[in-house]
Design a protein around this ligand. Structure first.
Ligand SMILES: Cc1ncc(COP(=O)(O)O)c(C=O)c1O
Length: 384
C-alpha cells in the first residue's frame, strides 16, 4: 500500500490518451522517461530517433517543426527561441574559426551586429556585400568562404536579391547559402526550389501573427544541412516554450487568409503613398520603384505587409518625426507581421554612398480597414 505522498508523485497516466482533437496538445516536460536503461539516450534527432530530452522539443514543438518543414519542403526544421537565435544557430553551425562569410549590407541590423561582434570575436570575418550584386558575388568568394547570407527583400531598404544567381555562384565554390525568408513567411519565396541550403524565419512575425510570441525556425534543405545544424542546436540549448509553439500552430491555421488580406491592404496603402507629392520613392517589392522589382516578379508568388518609403528632399528630418508622431491608427514600433499597423523612422540609416537624411520610414500594415490607414497617413502628411 503506497503512502499518499508517494501516490501524489506517481506519473503513470490515468486518463485515456485517445482524445482526438483538432488542436495540438501543449506537452510540457523536461525529463523523458525511457522503457529501460538500454534505451537511455541524449539525441537531438528526436524526429528520427524518438524523444530523449525536452530541451530538443516536446511533441508540441516537433509538430510545429514538422508542419513548417512540410510547408517549406525542408528535410527538417528546428524551432528556436526567436529569429535572432535562428541567425545565431546558422552562423555558429556554418562558420568555423578562421572562415569568411558574406552578408548583404541590407541585412537585419542585429544579424550585422552579430557578424561584427560575436563572430569577429570567434575569428570569423564577415564581409558586407551589395544586395543587388547577383552573380557578381563570385568575385567576393575566397578559399575560406563557408557561408553566404541572403535576405530578400532587405531590411528597411527592401532590395530584392537574385538568390538563384547567388546560389549558383556559391555552389560552384562549395559555399553554403543561408536565407532569411521572414518577409515571405516561408511561403511567398520557395527557398529550397531556388537552391538555398538553410532557410530561417522569425516566426515572431507572420506565423505568430499577433505580436504575442517570439520564435524562430531554421529549416535544413537536406541531410548535410541537418547534420551541420543539429549538434550546434544541441550545444546551444535553444529550448522553446510549448505554449508559444501552440500559439504558432494556431497562427499557421490563419496564415493564408491573413497574408491575402495583408497583401491587398498593403498594396492599396503603398500605391496611395506613391501618388503623394511629399513622397519621393516607395520601396515596395511589387512596385517598379523598388530595387530588384523585376526579380521579385520572377521569383516571388506575392508580397506581404512591410515596406518603406522615402520623403522628398523638401521634407526635413524634424518634419518626418512630426509626421510619425501625428499618426493615430499607426502605432510607433519596430516589429511587423501582426494585426496592428506600425510606423517607424530610421533617423540614422545609411547605406554605402547613401545618406537618407532621416527621411526613410518603414510601415507595417495590419488588418485595420485600409481606407482608415490611408486617412491616417493623409491627416498626418497634412501636419507637415
Ligand atoms: C528580417 C528579420 N529577421 C530576423 C528578425 C529577428 O526576429 P526575432 O525578433 O524573433 O529575434 C527580425 C526581427 O525584426 C527581422 O526583421
Amino acid at each position: 500500500m503506497m503512502d499518499w505522498r508517494t501516490k501524489l508523485l506517481d506519473p503513470t497516466p490515468h486518463a485515456r490518451r485517445d482524445y482526438a482533437s483538432l488542436a495540438t496538445p501543449v506537452y510540457r516536460g523536461s525529463t523523458v522517461l525511457f522503457d529501460d536503461q538500454k534505451a537511455v539516450t541524449d539525441d537531438w534527432r528526436q524526429a528520427d530517433n524518438g524523444y530523449s530530452y525536452g530541451l530538443y522539443g516536446t511533441p508540441t514543438a516537433l509538430e510545429l517543426a514538422a508542419r513548417i518543414a512540410g510547408i517549406e519542403d525542408a528535410r527538417e526544421t528546428f524551432i528556436v527561441p526567436g529569429g535572432q537565435a535562428a541567425i545565431a544557430l546558422i552562423y555558429l553551425s556554418y562558420c568555423p574559426a578562421g572562415s569568411h562569410a558574406l552578408v548583404p549590407y541590407s541585412a537585419y541590423g542585429p544579424n550585422k551586429a552579430m557578424a561584427e561582434g560575436l563572430m569577429r570575436g570567434l575569428n570569423v570575418e564577415v564581409e558586407s556585400y551589395d544586395p543587388l550584386i547577383g552573380a557578381g558575388i563570385s568575385d567576393l568568394i575566397r578559399d575560406n568562404t563557408t557561408l553566404i547570407w541572403c535576405e530578400s527583400p532587405g531590411s528597411v531598404t527592401m532590395e530584392i536579391q537574385d538568390v538563384p544567381a547567388i546560389v549558383k555562384a556559391a555552389h560552384a565554390r562549395e559555399v553554403s547559402v543561408a536565407l532569411d525568408n521572414t518577409y515571405a513567411a516561408g511561403v511567398m519565396f520557395d527557398a529550397f526550389a531556388q537552391g538555398v541550403d538553410v532557410s530561417m524565419q522569425a516566426l515572431t512575425k507572420f506565423v505568430g501573427g499577433h505580436s504575442d510570441l517570439l520564435l524562430g525556425s531554421v529549416s535544413a534543405r537536406d541531410d548535410v544541412a541537418y547534420a551541420k545544424l543539429g549538434p550546434i542546436y544541441q550545444q546551444l540549448g535553444l529550448a522553446v516554450s510549448p505554449d508559444d509553439c501552440s500559439l504558432a500552430l494556431r497562427g499557421l491555421q490563419t496564415l493564408a487568409v491573413r497574408l491575402d488580406a495583408l497583401e491587398k491592404a498593403t498594396l492599396q496603402v503603398a500605391r496611395w503613398l506613391a501618388e503623394q507629392s511629399l513622397v519621393d520613392t516607395v520601396l515596395h517589392p511589387a512596385l517598379n520603384t523598388c530595387p530588384g522589382h523585376e526579380i521579385w516578379s520572377r521569383d516571388f508568388s506575392g508580397s506581404t505587409s512591410v515596406f518603406s518609403f522615402i520623403f522628398s528632399e523638401t521634407v526635413t528630418a524634424e518634419q518626418v518625426v512630426e509626421f510619425i508622431n501625428a499618426l493615430t491608427i499607426f502605432k510607433i514600433g519596430m516589429s511587423w507581421g501582426g494585426v496592428n499597423s506600425l510606423a517607424v523612422v530610421y533617423p540614422e540609416l545609411e547605406r554605402p554612398g547613401v545618406d537618407f537624411g532621416g527621411r526613410i520610414v518603414r510601415l507595417n500594415i495590419g488588418l485595420e480597414n485600409p481606407d482608415d490607414l490611408v486617412n491616417d497617413l493623409r491627416q498626418s502628411l497634412g501636419s507637415i
